[in-house]
Design a protein around this ligand. Structure first.
Ligand code: PMP
Length: 445
């Protein structure tokens, strides 16, 4: 009998005992291919001995110091390494313990920045519909996540939302990528103008929308247009790279693809690759300058912010990634995965809009590719597919816009090799084939 509160209280879960590389094992001896790195997190795979060694070493030396009393070498090193990897003058780092806390820190920094610049009326942060930035109340207030918000209405900030950049569902027939990028960016500008830019501190976007939409890759040119709009309207740009950051898309940061330098960049998940709860925020110098000139120490944090054990863990993860040239692997295996997924989509009518970059891929289930109609929400499409994959010993991440929930995320550990990618695709095909039969049955009902 379990006493641990899980996501679905009455659901039973296998008991995981250990992991190795892209595989996890349970107490019944079953093997699972971790096709989504848990929650796009276990980026260097499971059971990496050298990370465990580094953690042991740091814990034996000193596991915890408090940030207002001491600094520590691992946290300083980590800040230096991340700011050197990041685009532009993102020259400062602050560490927290979860993506949600990174979002909260970004809100506080953005509002603090404008207050110190003498514009205290700028306090709103605009997100987009179909997005996710975390479950704490500030983070959820910026999240256009229809399934997670309704229970907390009165507790949320009354921020408004811009439309998504989601070509498969929202581009007009015949509209090309460039035109759609322009239209989606203009819609964002309109949302800011509707709120009065004089009250808007920042906008926040995921460069590729993860769980809320199932890997929504924006049209080329969209992000750089957003940067230009934010500059023009005097609004800060926060880019949430909690999923995409630290190599997931084949570069250290997805913002780099369009040479966009956000004012604040959020990291989480892959930063420690799941070995320790660490997340972080990178800040451009002008933000930090304003905060420093102002009323004192701005980066209020949390007890565990920048603790040596967490930082040493992240350093070991970065060492591992650099030594093995993981970014090159992400690009190569990404191409293999893309090819495999596109090939499946030509053979199965229920599978549509294969989208992604590097080792972050998603697609949707539809009744048929011509109509693009999503299965009825009551059918629980994504969860049905998760079960079909589980039957093949493959773990995938359910996603998609609520209530449709008809999308899925594939994001294996970035260390996956060619053979393991082939195995993943073979398992996936069996599960998609089973879905094709479900969809045929649903259509006939
Ligand atoms: N931002 C994004 C883009 C995320 O995907 C998530 C988590 N899925 C978060 C923020 C929140 O991170 P955490 O769950 O670590 O609080």
């Amino acid at each position: 009998m379990s006493a641990l509160l899980k996501q679905t209280i009455d659901k039973t879960y296998p008991v995981v005992t250990h992991g190795q590389g892209v595989y996890l094992y349970d107490s019944a001896g079953r093997q699972y291919l971790d096709g989504c790195s848990g929650a796009m997190t276990a980026n260097i795979g499971h059971g990496v001995e050298e990370v465990a060694e580094a953690m042991k070493d740091q814990a034996g030396r000193v596991a915890f110091t408090y940030r207002t009393q001491f600094t520590n070498a691992p946290a300083e090193d980590l800040a230096r390494r991340l700011t050197a990897m990041a685009p532009g003058d993102l020259d400062w780092a602050f560490f927290v313990n979860s993506g949600s806390e990174a979002s909260e820190f970004a809100i506080r920094s953005a509002v603090g920045y404008w207050r110190e610049r003498g514009v205290p009326g700028k306090f709103k942060v605009l997100g987009r519909n179909i997005s996710y930035h975390g479950m704490t109340m500030g983070a959820l207030s910026m999240s256009g996540h229809a399934a997670r918000r309704p229970d907390y209405g009165p507790l949320l900030h009354a921020f408004s939302f811009a439309p998504p950049a989601y070509a498969y569902r929202f581009a007009q027939p015949g509209e090309n990528e460039e035109d759609y990028a322009l239209r989606a960016a203009r819609a964002f500008e309109e949302a800011i103008r509707n709120e009065d830019p004089g009250t808007v501190a920042a906008v926040i976007v995921e460069p590729i929308v993860g769980a809320a939409g199932g890997v929504l890759t924006p049209p080329a040119g969209y992000l750089s247009r957003l940067r230009e709009i934010c500059d023009r309207l005097n609004v800060l740009l926060i880019i949430d790279e909690v999923i995409t950051g630290i190599g997931r898309t084949g570069d250290w940061f997805a913002s780099s693809y369009e040479n966009v330098v956000p004012d604040l960049l959020l990291m989480g998940k892959g930063l420690s690759a799941g070995y320790s709860p660490v997340a972080g925020v990178l800040l451009r110098s002008h933000i930090v300058d304003a905060l420093r000139e102002g009323s004192g120490v701005a980066p209020f944090g949390h007890t565990f912010s920048g603790n040596p054990l967490g930082a040493a863990t992240c350093l070991a993860v970065l060492d591992f990634m650099e030594r093995r040239n993981i970014l090159a692997n992400v690009r190569q295996r990404g191409e293999q995965l893309e090819e495999g997924l596109l090939s499946l989509a030509t053979r199965y009518r229920c599978m549509a809009d294969v989208r992604g970059r590097g080792l972050l891929w998603g697609f949707e289930f539809v009744m048929d590719q011509e109509s693009k109609q999503a299965p009825d929400p009551s059918l629980g499409t994504a969860n049905t597919f998760v079960q079909e994959c589980l039957a093949q010993g493959l773990i995938v991440y359910p996603a998609g816009i609520a209530p449709l929930n008809n999308a899925v995320i594939l994001s294996p550990p970035l260390v996956i090799n060619e053979e393991e990618t082939r195995v993943l695709l073979a398992k996936l095909e069996k599960a998609v084939c089973a879905m094709e039969r479900h969809v045929e049955r649903w259509a006939a009902a």
